[in-house]
Design a protein around this ligand. Structure first.
Ligand SMILES: Nc1ncnc2c1ncn2[C@@H]1O[C@H](COP(=O)(O)OP(=O)(O)OP(=O)(O)O)[C@@H](O)[C@H]1O
Length: 552
């Protein structure tokens, strides 16, 4: 352990004065409002290191970090683990609001009474609530709120556990989520750090509270500590962001002299139709890849219906053998433990050295063996099966490009693991068809990728975090950053609705780019083959948004 005065930011980062203050304040609630790329998430990781390393968060107390998305919570957890080491990071709980609420319910369930009373083996279902037995995701936060509102023992327990609380992307906090934080930690000794950017408030449709950063500052007597830097984007891109900020939040505009420089590029490209657009964007991507840009540093952003709007680009990339991933689909999938197990099994039987996948897979399956004897028997059966399967896939006759050859192998493995073990992996798997549906989706996703070139290792790589160009919705790209960003379809027909929300979403999209931003629009987009609720064939460029791309 070191003294607070001895602590230096991890990785030798230089923190601006307010960031340093927010990272190291021992006992003050703070709210850090700052624009894109200012280092808000980084600041939370640094603060976690400070609190754990200096003992300001004294053992055995813990830090709670609450985020909105599974990816964001995982990113922050990983960042802290990498920086501070596994031992210290073990006292850092990086959870989504849903996961935090579920923890409260699991730990203090008997506090729920009457209609809300729940049996110990309650289930969570996406849609249907059954009194006493099954709740939906939407019930989690209200039930957790009922627990902390009605039960002083629960409030005391959670306050005892956490000495510090972090709130990331706090501009998108809903009324219920805010209440949960306020009732749980208001009037307590917990020290709270909230970070956010009102210009990136894109969850209004989901009930994000207007002015929540100010409300938090008032309710928690939190000191506002604005940040002014942007570590992400090159000057040309920052000037475009600044033109948008001038309209969205004039007080936050940066002085022109801070944004001088020629680094960075913005292109606006108009096309007659989506096929011309697909060809031109694929040419650009091919060019970037030849220049040595990593696939994981390229993102294609679409406001809505990405699988339809980006379909032509997807086929063009497939024809050229350029890997891409529809994030909406596969990233949600890989967060599922059953899907991760299937992919890890495929990695183990295909790759020569896959220690992480092997350890993860064995960790899951062994954890669940009932007795030592049974465990040993199961272990040897599984190892034999893996050995034989590895040999089989190496046979020249093995048709690796066809899904039909893989499907029985996956099912044989899952049968060996057993239904009860699979069902125990997640509360949602015990009822209905969710488990089978997920396994089928995992196999299908692998099938689509393996069809590209028959290379299983490459297919699995594309299905994992890196090594593929990502197609994302704007909601999914929150908090992420890429060298090259293409916003596909800057058109009235895609960027419609409440003008403030449209601006915020466009702002989130353009501010993901580090060096190069491409904005496209097309005059026509053919109606997709599949049924679709709303589709306009004729398109109009969104002039107001595109105008921000041009210097005066
Ligand atoms: N003090 C710093 N010095 C150098 N680089 C930094 C610093 N703080 C953050 N960065 C880097 O700047 C980039 C943006 O940081 P981060 O993602 O934390 O910003 P953010 O404010 O959360 O952005 P956004 O709100 O747009 O998602 C990251 O690549 C991060 O590693």
């Amino acid at each position: 352990m070191i003294g607070p005065d001895q602590w230096r930011p991890v990785d030798d980062l230089v923190l601006e004065p307010n960031a340093m203050k927010a990272a190291t304040t021992p006992d003050e609630n703070v709210v850090v409002a700052a624009g894109p790329g200012a280092g808000k998430t980084e600041l939370l990781a640094q603060r976690a290191d400070f609190l754990l390393r200096t003992g300001q968060c004294p053992y055995p107390r813990r830090i709670l970090a609450v985020s909105f998305k599974v990816d964001a919570a995982r990113n922050l957890r990983e960042r802290v683990r990498r920086r501070s080491g596994t031992q210290l990071a073990a006292r850092f709980d990086s959870l989504t609001f849903h996961a935090f609420a579920k923890r409260l319910i699991d730990n203090f369930r008997p506090a729920l009474t009457g209609y809300n009373a729940l049996s110990p083996d309650y289930r969570i279902d996406p849609a249907t609530r059954i009194a006493g037995e099954q709740i939906t995701f939407a019930d989690l936060v209200p039930l957790a709120l009922e627990i902390v509102e009605s039960n002083a023992y629960a409030r005391g327990g959670i306050r005892q556990t956490y000495s510090h609380v972090f709130l990331d992307e706090f501009q998108d906090c809903t009324g219920q989520q805010y209440q949960l934080i306020k009732v749980t930690f208001g009037q307590s000794t917990a020290v709270l750090t909230a970070v956010g950017d009102t210009k990136q408030r894109i969850m209004v449709w989901a009930g994000a509270l207007d002015g929540v950063l100010q409300t938090f500052a008032d309710d928690f007597s939190a000191q506002p500590l604005p940040l002014y830097q942007n570590f992400r984007s090159a000057p040309r891109l920052r000037r475009m962001q600044n033109r948008m900020i001038a309209e969205m939040d004039p007080e936050a505009v940066s002085p022109a002299e801070d944004l001088a420089g020629d680094d960075g590029a913005i292109q606006v490209r108009g096309f007659d139709n989506e096929y011309d657009e697909a060809e031109a964007v694929a040419d650009l991507i091919e060019h970037w890849l030849k220049e040595g840009v990593e696939t994981s540093e390229i993102a294609i952003l679409v406001r809505q219906q990405p699988h339809l709007v980006a379909a032509a680009l997807g086929s063009e990339l497939t024809d050229r053998g350029i890997p891409f991933r529809n994030e909406q689909e596969s990233q949600d999938l890989t967060a599922e433990p059953a899907v991760a197990l299937v992919f890890n099994f495929l990695r183990v039987i295909n790759g020569d050295s896959q220690p992480d996948a092997y350890a993860e897979m064995m960790g899951v399956v062994n954890r669940l063996s009932a007795s030592e004897d049974e465990g040993a028997r199961f272990d040897s059966q599984l190892k034999r099966m893996l050995r034989e399967t590895r040999e089989a896939v190496r046979e020249p006759a093995f048709k690796s490009g066809e899904l039909a050859t893989w499907r029985p192998l996956v099912h044989e493995f899952l049968q060996l693991v057993s239904r009860s073990v699979l069902a125990a992996m997640s509360p949602g798997y015990q009822q209905g068809t969710r488990l089978d549906d997920l396994i089928e989706q995992a196999v299908e996703a692998f099938g689509r990728e393996i069809a590209v070139d028959g290379d299983a290792v490459a297919a699995l790589k594309r299905l994992s975090e890196t090594d593929a160009i990502r197609f994302l919705t704007i909601h999914k790209c929150k908090g992420l950053e890429f060298e090259k960003v293409v916003v596909l379809g800057v058109e009235e027909q895609l960027f419609w609705g409440n003008p403030t929300t449209v601006m915020s979403e466009f702002f989130v999209a353009v501010s993901r780019a580090k060096h190069h931003l491409v904005l496209t629009h097309a005059k026509r987009r053919e109606r997709p083959g599949q049924p679709v609720s709303r589709w306009d064939v004729l398109r109009t460029q969104h002039q107001k948004l595109l105008d921000f791309a041009y210097e005066d």
